[in-house]
Structure formats: structure tokens, C-alpha cells
Design a protein around this ligand. Structure first.
Ligand SMILES: [Zn+2]
Length: 417
């Protein structure tokens, strides 16, 4: 098994141009004494929209590491894959995020369910998990319910894992199990039994991505009960360390937080838990870099600003089409969006102030930010014209990409301010 280090961060790069700028943030973190491993992740959905292939992510990562003279580990994550599309990712990836959220609530075979309940019946009664004050009452009915909800999904993860294992011909890769795109959040005690199933399937999971309480909208701050999140995160960490001992899972198993970019209000509780417990974390931040490209172009003025405005105008006009695939993970107040005509008159400063994720800035507009977040399809359609603008304004874009990852993310989550 290829082992994942304690702290790792998923960086996505929709157009494959910011690998070096992203890596520079990891180098700064290292200089400040904190090792964070870069993982370049891109999902099948993104590849389809931008019309790229998984091989391009591997090429970008290798080139960024070569050019940046990075000596540490790094990985390429086949993000949110299933049996339908995993084959495209086998050669290029060494990290596989097995997404089985779609299989939750599908009925398992009766014999499988019976076997699960029988095996876990040693936990019947009151379950104590070290690090959690409350005890959990585990009844046979409740175990059956858990089995009905999650067993088939975890069995599906087992199928994908074994498929990757045989296609690669070795276990030299990292496995994540993700259920973050499910309808309901999983409680810590549910996660305990999900991990029991993961172990039974023989999946050497090193990261697990549950769905947490609250909304993890794309590119903007967390929306929900911060105290409740903090408690849940803390308990999930306790559950993981207990599950590792109980079920013999990899000792470095840790949480993976998806849609993790820009969730500024929960970074402090996360960091406090990591510091107090010594736990590791994988934080996925895919979409935030693309917004820094638009900010950089807008900041550059001239033709850069014109492209940023054109992306806004087109995205505004195609609101429904662009938002539809992301409906569960965005919350845009359409009435609070400025018209394309208004944005056309904006200066560089007005554009960057509206878009840059600075909660202290009175001109920041989370609606503009979310619309542009899903608007990368528009830039993808511009093709060479967009990519040429990135090249022309490379330095200014790179500075924004680096600052965003290092200052607003790494410092707050892993390093401390
Ligand atoms: Zn996810």
C-alpha cells in the first residue's frame, strides 16, 4: 500500500495551468515547518466539461514537481470515480476516491445483511467510544437499519477497489471512500459501522469523506451551525482512531473534507481538533483556483478584465444551464446578482473586490462568486482565447493562486495564523 502522509490537500486545476503556483504554496508551508502533501484531483465531471483527460493531470503534476524541484511526495487523485469511469484513470492516478453515495439506501442481499448484524452484534447495548462523552445505544433493529442504508454502498466500494487493484496489478495506491454527496449527513456512530463494513470488504481506506452537517457550497463559506459542525468533526476524529484499533484499518486513516475550499468559519475548529488530537486531514479545494484565475485576469485590466467580464456576461445569460449540475451545492440569490451591463462598467478593483473571498470587504458578493464558480464551462468554451489570456497574465494570476492557497487556506487549517 502506498501510504498517504498526515496532512494533505487536494488542489484542482480546471485548465491545468496553475500547478506550479499551487506547488509554491506547499513549498511555503514546508518552509514554515508544516509538511502538506499536494494531491492534484479532478473528477470525471470536470474532465467532461473542460474536455480534458486524466493523463493531462498527471502530466501537469509531474511537470510542476520537476520545475518546482519538489522533493516530497505528491499524488494524482481520480476524484469521485465509480465502476463506470474508473478505467480512464488507472494509468494516471495513484489515489482513487471511490464515490458510492449513489448506492446509499439500496437494499443489500439478506444474507449479507444478516452476516453484518451477526458480526457487529458484539456492540449491542451501550457503545462507548473513547474521546466521546455520550454513549450510543446499539440495538439489533438499529444495526439492521445501518446495514440497509450503507452495506450495499460499501460493497460497491469493495468492487471498485478490487477492480483498481487488478487493473493496476499492485496495491501501490491510496484509497479514499467518499459518501459526501449523499442526501443526509452521517452521524459519528454511523461512521463507526461504515468503517466496520469498509474493513470487512478488505478496503485499505486511508481517507474517508463523510457528509457533514451544514452546507458546503462551492467556493464560499460554510453555512450552518458551526458549533454542531465542530462537535461532529471532533467526534468523527475520535471514531476514526477507535475504528482503526477495532477493525485493523490503516493506522493513518483520516478524514477527507470535500468542497473544503473557502470554508473559513470552520477552519479554526478543525485546526484546534487537529492540534489537540494529533489527527491528520485531507482537505479538497478543487474549484477555488479557477476563481483566482478570473481574479488575476480582472486585476490585470485591459484584455484580461475584458475576458473576466465576458465570462460573467455569458454565465449570467446561461444561469439555469450552468447552475443545474451543481444545484445541491450552490445557493445563489439571483436578485442579488449585478446585471451584465453593470459588471461591464466595473473597474479592475470593483471586479476583484466583488469576487475575491475576503469576508471583511463590504463589496464582496458571494452570489457573483458562486455564479463564476460554476461558470468555468464558459471559459472552457473560449478555448485558446482563455488559455492565451492566462499565459499573457501568468505572473499576476500565479500570485493570486498562491496567496489564496497559502494565506487563506493552509495557514488557517494546518499552520495557524
Ligand atoms: Zn466530493
Amino acid at each position: 500500500m502506498m501510504a498517504l502522509e498526515k496532512f494533505s490537500m487536494g488542489v484542482g486545476d480546471r485548465f491545468g495551468r496553475q500547478g506550479k503556483a499551487q506547488l509554491a504554496a506547499f513549498k511555503l508551508a514546508k518552509e514554515s515547518g508544516v509538511d502538506i502533501v499536494p494531491v492534484w484531483n479532478k473528477s470525471h465531471r470536470e474532465h467532461t466539461i473542460v474536455k480534458t483527460t486524466p493523463d493531462a493531470v498527471r502530466a501537469e503534476a509531474d511537470e510542476a514537481v520537476r520545475a518546482g524541484d519538489w522533493k516530497g511526495p505528491y499524488h494524482v487523485d481520480a476524484d469521485h470515480i465509480g465502476l463506470k469511469n474508473v478505467d480512464l484513470f488507472i494509468a494516471s492516478s495513484d489515489f482513487f476516491t471511490l464515490d458510492v453515495a449513489d448506492f446509499i439506501d439500496e437494499a443489500p442481499e439478506t444474507a449479507d445483511l444478516d452476516a453484518f448484524v451477526k458480526k457487529q452484534s458484539k456492540y449491542l447495548g451501550y457503545l462507548e467510544i473513547p474521546g466521546i462523552d455520550q454513549e450510543f445505544e446499539v440495538s439489533r433493529t438499529w444495526l439492521e437499519q445501518i446495514g440497509r442504508r450503507f452495506l450495499l454502498a460499501v460493497k460497491e466500494a469493495g468492487k471498485i477497489y478490487r477492480h483498481v487493484l487488478s487493473a493496476k496489478g499492485s496495491d501501490d495506491f491510496i484509497t479514499e471512500v467518499s459518501v459526501d454527496e449523499s442526501k443526509a449527513p452521517q452521524t459519528p456512530v454511523e461512521m463507526f459501522f461504515i468503517l466496520a463494513m469498509v474493513a470487512d470488504e478488505g478496503i485499505p481506506a486511508q481517507t474517508i469523506a463523510p457528509k457533514f452537517t451544514g452546507r458546503f457550497n462551492k467556493g464560499v463559506d460554510y453555512a450552518g451551525d458551526i458549533k454542531q459542525f465542530a462537535k461532529e468533526f471532533d467526534e468523527d476524529v475520535a471514531v476514526i482512531s477507535f475504528a482503526v484499533r477495532e477493525f485493523g484499518l490503516p493506522a493513518n486513516l483520516k478524514l477527507s473534507v470535500h468542497s473544503g475550499s473557502d470554508k473559513f468559519s470552520i477552519y479554526k475548529p478543525i485546526r484546534e481538533t487537529l492540534q489537540r488530537t494529533g489527527a491528520g486531514l485531507h482537505l479538497k479545494t478543487a474549484g477555488t483556483t479557477w476563481l483566482e484565475e478570473i481574479i488575476g485576469l480582472a486585476e490585470a485590466g485591459g484584455d484580461g478584465l475584458a475576458i473576466a467580464k465576458e465570462v460573467y456576461r455569458t454565465a449570467f445569460g446561461r444561469f439555469d444551464e450552468l447552475c443545474a449540475p451543481y444545484a445541491p451545492v450552490i445557493d445563489i440569490d439571483k436578485r442579488a446578482l449585478p446585471s451584465a451591463e453593470t459588471v461591464d462598467k466595473w473597474t479592475s478593483e470593483q471586479f476583484t473586490h466583488a469576487l475575491r473571498h475576503d469576508l471583511a470587504c463590504e463589496h464582496y458578493n458571494s452570489n457573483v462568486r458562486q455564479l463564476l464558480h460554476v461558470g468555468y464551462k464558459v471559459a472552457a468554451e473560449m478555448g485558446a482565447r482563455y488559455l492565451d489570456a492566462l499565459d499573457a497574465h501568468e505572473a499576476i494570476v500565479a500570485r493570486n493562486v498562491l496567496e489564496n492557497i497559502y494565506e487563506r487556506h493552509m495557514k488557517r487549517v494546518f499552520i495557524g495564523e
